[in-house]
Write a protein that binds this ligand. Structure first.
Ligand SMILES: *[C@@H]1O[C@H](CO)[C@@H](O)[C@H](O)[C@H]1NC(C)=O
Ligand SMILES: *[C@@H]1O[C@H](CO)[C@@H](O)[C@H](O)[C@H]1NC(C)=O
Ligand SMILES: *[C@@H]1O[C@H](CO)[C@@H](O)[C@H](O)[C@H]1NC(C)=O
Ligand SMILES: *[C@@H]1O[C@H](CO)[C@@H](O)[C@H](O)[C@H]1NC(C)=O
Ligand SMILES: *[C@@H]1O[C@H](CO)[C@@H](O)[C@H](O)[C@H]1NC(C)=O
Ligand SMILES: *[C@@H]1O[C@H](CO)[C@@H](O)[C@H](O)[C@H]1NC(C)=O
Ligand SMILES: *[C@@H]1O[C@H](CO)[C@@H](O)[C@H](O)[C@H]1NC(C)=O
Ligand SMILES: *[C@@H]1O[C@H](CO)[C@@H](O)[C@H](O)[C@H]1NC(C)=O
Length: 462
């Protein structure tokens, strides 16, 4: 994820018949009808079916990482509605974007790809494995193997050179943000490790989850305040190479829903896997801390999800507009992994889904979803992120309709590759240092990437 804008193609809103959007959260048939409408709006942004479009990618201005997020949302949609219409499209996307080493570091994304970007594709294939989503022809691209490839390469970048550990935001030294260690990158590693531990039963993964979690609390990116000791929260990140005496203390103190969700659900997976009280406590405290992401005044007695750090000041960027989607997904997983949380989470999801439905009344189709769910009507915002958030919050109303995430022991069939992800293209391994022998390699990559971007640009213009 980067913050500079690439050239934008404004996705056109579908022109269609105006439909009334009525959600009855207790009626599965009705929820599915609404999900179909929201999913259609989401797929309007997909470019893979267009002439000259790339399989797995959405139209600009959406970065590659968000596509990984969107396929994760659609995997849930297909699973919980038991409607396989989009399955071939999703499988093709997951297959096409793996990169040469089957670790979701395709060469032509390396100008922007960070650990977090890779992580969100890893989370999508992890979910595909847990849901027996399908069996790719090539075992190297089986969903468990891909998730392990992502995990292995991310873990290999664990960096003790600053702040006592942690992942940097960026994979590549030439990308800005390399000097920043952020919670979402570490959260993805933690979260995937916890899920792999539960799926495979291999404690190497849970050891990694412990290690990441401990680093997060040592450095105080995951913390509480003395005033609210049981409200645990996650800050954005910490500057690792700059800041003079402040190095590794200069923290960016934004709280985002997706960071809370990554750690919350990762802890719930760890509790489910280990049965240890400490993971139960951590889950409960992160759940209490998550209350900050709900607006309880807009509708009396209702808990309406909002991206607190940017929504109220109306400056959420394209990335941030999708965060509530992952948060809803991670809340659903938490309630499955730790059933004692499910009443509280169900209330949050029902209230938020009702509020989201109220916002899905925009655009020329009359069913385009907005960003702010507190209003009771469309707020004029639209995009891939808005559709994803509405889809996931409604989707997670159906989590008890299907078996919870499988493991290798109880029906999960995805083929693994514990050593996967490393290959000949050198992009998957340790962060490249731009000195000595690597400089030549790095400039070759930069040149190749440049050529492919120019190629893509010309293609789009044609
Ligand atoms: C559930 O929703 C479906 C589709 O909207 C509708 O036909 C049906 O009557 C609803 N059932 C109940 C019990 O409300
Ligand atoms: C199945 O999914 C497709 C694609 O989202 C949708 O167009 C269709 O209406 C769905 N079918 C049913 C029966 O819900
Ligand atoms: C457990 O996971 C570790 C770390 O990926 C791997 O090296 C090891 O081979 C795995 N063990 C088994 C039995 O799969
Ligand atoms: C802390 O980081 C911010 C960027 O988030 C930067 O503007 C500021 O100068 C840094 N503070 C120090 C003391 O380096
Ligand atoms: C879990 O929390 C309870 C209640 O606050 C506390 O009594 C207990 O010691 C905690 N357990 C662990 C392992 O931290
Ligand atoms: C909750 O939503 C209402 C309605 O949009 C708004 O006026 C209020 O400021 C919001 N509260 C918070 C804490 O964001
Ligand atoms: C682990 O998850 C399963 C599936 O949802 C659930 O049945 C079980 O109760 C959970 N275990 C614990 C210890 O919460
Ligand atoms: C990136 O590379 C893949 C092949 O791995 C290619 O299919 C795709 O078109 C490229 N994407 C862009 C945006 O250039």
């Amino acid at each position: 994820m980067v913050s500079c804008a690439s050239f934008a193609i404004v996705a056109s809103l579908m022109i269609g018949m105006s439909q009334a959007f009525f959600l009855d959260t207790n009626n599965k048939t009705n929820v599915i009808e609404n999900l179909n409408i929201v999913a259609k709006g989401l797929m309007d942004y997909y470019q893979g079916d267009d002439y000259g479009g790339v399989v797995g990618m959405f139209h600009s201005p959406y970065y590659w990482w968000e596509a990984g997020g969107a396929w994760g949302s659609l995997i849930d949609y297909v699973y919980y509605t038991q409607n396989d219409t989009l399955k071939p499209t999703i499988m093709a996307a997951l297959n096409h974007q793996t990169g040469d080493d089957n670790n979701y570091i395709p060469l032509n994304q390396s100008t922007t790809e960070g650990n977090d970007d890779q992580g969100f594709w890893g989370i999508a294939v992890m979910a595909a494995a847990e849901k027996n989503f399908g069996t790719p022809d090539d075992d190297k691209k089986a969903y468990l193997a891909l998730a392990q490839g992502v995990f292995n390469t991310m873990a290999s970048r664990w960096d003790e050179s600053a702040c006592g550990g942690g992942l940097r935001w960026q994979i590549f030294q030439w990308n800005s943000g390399y000097d920043y260690k952020n919670s979402v990158s570490n959260g993805c590693l933690f979260h995937i490790a916890a899920r792999l531990a539960r799926y495979t039963g291999n404690t190497s993964y849970s050891d990694w989850a412990e290690k990441v979690y401990d680093w997060m609390t040592d450095i105080q990116l995951l913390n509480n305040t003395p005033d609210f000791p049981d409200h645990w929260f996650v800050y954005d990140g910490i500057h690792a190479d700059t800041g003079g005496e402040d190095v590794c203390h200069n923290m960016t103190k934004y709280q985002w829903t997706y960071n809370q969700g990554l750690f919350l659900s990762g802890c719930a997976y760890m509790y489910n896997f280990t049965g240890e009280e400490k993971w139960r406590n951590r889950t409960l405290n992160l759940l209490t801390g998550a209350e900050v992401f709900f607006n309880t005044t807009a509708w009396k007695g209702s808990w309406v999800m909002q991206e607190a750090a940017c929504q109220r000041v109306d400056n959420c960027n394209n990335d941030q507009r999708s965060f509530k989607a992952y948060f809803a997904r991670f809340l659903g997983l938490t309630s499955l992994m730790m059933p004692e949380t499910s009443d509280k989470i169900r209330k949050w999801l029902v209230d938020s889904a009702n509020a989201a439905a109220g916002s899905c009344s925009g655009g020329t189709d009359g069913v385009t979803c907005g960003l702010d769910w507190t209003l009771g009507h469309w707020d004029g915002k639209y995009g891939l992120g808005e559709q994803m958030c509405a889809l996931e919050v409604m989707n997670n109303l159906l989590i008890h309709e299907m078996p919870p995430p499988y493991t290798a022991d109880n029906g999960g069939t995805s083929v693994g590759n514990p050593a996967g992800g490393f290959g000949t293209k050198m992009l998957g391994t340790d962060p490249l240092k731009l000195n000595g022998g690597d400089t030549a390699g790095a400039s070759i990559i930069t040149a190749l990437v440049g050529v492919s971007i120019i190629g893509a640009g010309i293609w789009l213009l044609v």
